[in-house]
Design a protein around this ligand. Structure first.
Ligand code: ADP
Length: 246
């Protein structure tokens, strides 16, 4: 489903990703952990081209894009890849002047050109799926952080992405609201959604991930099954990072 080869990303002279190789099968969950500044968010943003990689290649479904070869990906290729992903942001990024259901409808109308009635029907189903039936007409400021993030998940699902990308989806939430968002994510995983999740929630990583990737300083330091990476890392550096968390 997803294949990343030798991916590099620099901001000016700052090399943030220094050759990342990862692959993910359909229906699997990849959780990315690592110290702050190690490049986790940048990697995730490269996957939907919110950041343009400096070099390497990216395969998602039947889209294959190469970077740094002189031939830049065209607009149509970029759009296609972007539309195969659904992104959930740390700070929700909902439109404040639109209701929950309007937030979920937006991309279906603008990007998928669905008619309003069809978009509304699908959005109501998605809001029900994330446990928000009855909140369709609430504005973001009338919802808790956990509810807003669940709207964010429904919105990302609305365009039927091949892979869902989560960028620290619970780190802006009060601790008592984290569980309701993780529950929805676990439910999606159990239904067979392909997911890449950047998180500091080690329990989620242990329980929901098929593969855990530990990044450090722009490279993949460890990758493997959660029990291998979290309990029995092969490098001293990884053990140090994990010890700090425990
Ligand atoms: P993480 O998600 O692991 O905390 P990030 O991917 O957010 O790490 O950041 C990795 C490094 O890239 C940091 O040093 C950060 O300052 C830098 N960085 C991220 N985005 C930009 C940007 N748009 N411009 C310049 N530097 C950036």
């Amino acid at each position: 489903m997803l294949e990343i080869r030798n991916l590099h990303k620099s901001f000016g002279t700052l090399d943030v990703l220094k050759g990342v190789d990862l692959s993910l099968e359909k229906g699997k969950v990849l959780v990315i952990i690592g110290p702050s500044g190690s490049g986790k968010t940048t990697l995730l943003r490269c996957l939907n081209l919110l950041e343009m990689p400096s070099a390497g290649s990216l395969k998602l479904g039947d889209s294959v894009l190469e970077f740094g070869t002189g031939r830049k990906p065209g607009k149509a290729e970029i759009l296609k890849l972007r539309q195969s992903t659904g992104m959930v942001f740390q700070s929700y990024n909902l439109f404040p002047h639109k209701t929950a259901i309007e937030n979920v409808m937006e991309a279906q109308i603008i990007v998928q050109k669905k008619d309003k009635a069809a978009a509304r029907k699908r959005s109501a189903e998605l809001l029900a799926k994330v446990g928000l039936s009855g909140k369709e007409d609430s504005y973001p400021h009338q919802l808790s952080g956990g509810q807003q993030q669940r709207v964010g998940i429904a919105r990302a699902l609305a365009t039927d992405p091949q892979v869902m990308l989560f960028d620290e989806p619970t780190s802006a939430l009060d601790p008592e609201l984290v569980g309701e968002v993780l529950k929805v994510m676990k439910q999606l995983a159990a239904e067979g959604m392909t997911m890449v999740v950047v998180t500091h929630e080690m329990k989620f990583a242990a329980e929901a991930a098929d593969t855990v990737v530990l990044m450090d300083d722009g490279i993949v330091l460890e990758q493997g099954r959660p029990d291998q990476v979290l309990r029995n890392p092969s490098s001293e550096r990884a053990a140090q990072f994990l010890n700090v968390l425990i």
